[in-house]
Unconditional design. Structure first.
Length: 253
C-alpha cells in the first residue's frame, strides 16, 4: 500500500514554499467555545495558516469537541489537534499531530498514548501527521505532565540529535517546545542547530509573545511559529486581532 500525504499536510507543504507559517494554538481549558470561534475568525483575517487545538490538562471530551466545532463554524482554517494524550482526540477536527514526546522518561508519552488513540484516529477519519515533539527547558506544564527530561537551553546539539533521530524514525515534522507560557522562547542558537541537520519542517513554540521573538525564531530557521498565550490573554477580540496581526506580519516579513 502506498502512503500518500493527506490534505492538511500537503496544504502545509504548499504554503511553506512561500515562506514561514503562523499557527495559533487554542487550549480548550483556557478559552470558551464562543471565544475560540471569534479568535479563529480574526486569525483567518490576520493571515494565520492553521489553528491547533489541545492542552495538557482538561482539553478533552465535550469541552474539546465544542471548541473544535466552534472554530470550524467560524473559519475555514484547518484545525489540527495537538493532544496531551489519547484523550485529546476529537472527530470534528481535520487532522491530528500524531506526536511522540521523544525526550519523555515515561513510555506512555512516547508510544503508549499513541497506541491507545490510533484506532480512534482511524475511526474518525482524522489525518495523522507524525511529529517528533521535544521539550526544551523550562518545559512548563507539558514538561511536568509529560515527564520530560527537558533539553537544557544551552545544549543545542542535544536538541539536534533528538530532532534528527525523529526524522530518521519517519516523523515528518519536528516541534521544539519551550512550554506554553514559558518566560523565554527556545533559544535561536538551538533552532539554528536543529534546522541545520533536519530536512523536515521545523515548528517552534512556547513563550513567543512579541514580534521580536517571532522574528528571531524565523530568522534562526523556524518554518512554523506557534503562538497561544499571547492571543488567549487578549481581553477582547479586538485586542486579539491586533496581537495576531503584529505576530503574523513579524513571521512573514
Ligand atoms: C504551547 O508552543 C505552544 O504548546 C504555544 O506556547 O502559549 O507560550 O504561546 P505559548
Amino acid at each position: 500500500m502506498r502512503l500518500e500525504l493527506g490534505k492538511v499536510e500537503t496544504h502545509i507543504h504548499e504554503k511553506l514554499k512561500n515562506g514561514p507559517l503562523h499557527f495559533v494554538l487554542l487550549d480548550p481549558d483556557d478559552v470558551s467555545p464562543g471565544m475560540a470561534g471569534k479568535i479563529a475568525a480574526v486569525s483567518e483575517k490576520a493571515g494565520v495558516d492553521a489553528v491547533m487545538v489541545g492542552g495538557s490538562t482538561g482539553a478533552e471530551g465535550e469541552v474539546l469537541d465544542a471548541v473544535v466545532r466552534s472554530i470550524k463554524e467560524s473559519s475555514s482554517l484547518p484545525v489540527i489537534l495537538f493532544p496531551g494524550s489519547h484523550g485529546g482526540i476529537s472527530g470534528y477536527a481535520d487532522a491530528i499531530f500524531f506526536m511522540s514526546l521523544l525526550n519523555s522518561r515515561n513510555p506512555f508519552f512516547i508510544t503508549g498514548a499513541q497506541a491507545l488513540g490510533a484506532i480512534q484516529v482511524k475511526r474518525y477519519g482524522l489525518e495523522p501527521i507524525p511529529m517528533a515533539y521535544l521539550i526544551i527547558e523550562p518545559g512548563e506544564t507539558v514538561g511536568w505532565v509529560g515527564d520530560a527530561r527537558a533539553i537544557p537551553r544551552h545544549k543545542p546539539k542535544i536538541a539536534a540529535a533528538y530532532a534528527l533521530a525523529g526524522q530518521y524514525l519517519g516523523m515528518r515534522l519536528v516541534y521544539l517546545e519551550a512550554g506554553s507560557g514559558a518566560p523565554e522562547p527556545v533559544p535561536p542558537q538551538m533552532i539554528a542547530a536543529v534546522k541545520s541537520v533536519i530536512d523536515v519542517p521545523l515548528i517552534v513554540g512556547g513563550g513567543i509573545r512579541t514580534a521580536g521573538a517571532a522574528e528571531a525564531a524565523v530568522r534562526a530557521g523556524a518554518d512554523i511559529v506557534v503562538t497561544g498565550t499571547a492571543v488567549e490573554r487578549a481581553r477582547s477580540v479586538e485586542e486579539a486581532r491586533k496581537k495576531l496581526e503584529e505576530l503574523n506580519s513579524a513571521i512573514k516579513s
